[in-house]
Design a protein around this ligand. Structure first.
Ligand code: THU
Length: 136
């Protein structure tokens, strides 16, 4: 599986640098490639009322949806530290809304790619839009 482009990595670094994370001090950047080829970046945005903060992936999804795109074909998540910065459980489900099991997620540090996984590996037997009965 090919790694992320330099453009995706640069956008993720920039998004991470703009994170609003004064409470955890853990900045995360996410970049999504839509089926239209465009890239959408997001960062985590924390809040003094702690549970009201949200993840970098959620910001990037919002940027994509407001641009009119509904399909994610590739993702980068970037954060610092020893441990891999994989999407949290909630964000795995958020990504699932707009992607299938084959979605490559490039787990990165500031220096670049650490590991590529698929959404299906992170969220097996997932519940997605097709699990709902067709709307009439
Ligand atoms: N965070 C993300 O933005 N994405 C992830 O995939 C993991 C966690 C954020 C949420 C919170 O602002 C900080 O990282 C610490 O959990």
């Amino acid at each position: 599986m090919a790694g992320p482009s330099e453009e995706m990595l640069a956008l993720a670094r920039q998004a991470m640098a703009r994170a609003h994370a004064p409470y955890s001090r853990f900045a995360v950047g996410a970049v999504l490639r839509g089926a239209n080829g465009k890239l959408y970046a997001g960062c985590n945005v924390e809040n003094a009322a702690y549970p009201e903060g949200w993840c970098a992936e959620a910001s990037a999804i919002a940027a994509m949806v407001v641009d009119g795109e509904r399909r994610i074909v590739e993702a980068v998540v970037m954060g610092r530290g020893e441990a891999l910065v994989t999407p949290c459980g909630g964000c795995r489900q958020r990504l699932r809304e707009f992607a299938d099991d084959a979605l490559p997620i490039h787990v990165c540090g500031p220096a670049g790619l650490r590991r590529t996984v698929t959404l299906g590996e992170l969220l097996p037997l997932s519940f997605g839009p097709a699990n709902l009965p067709a709307q009439t």
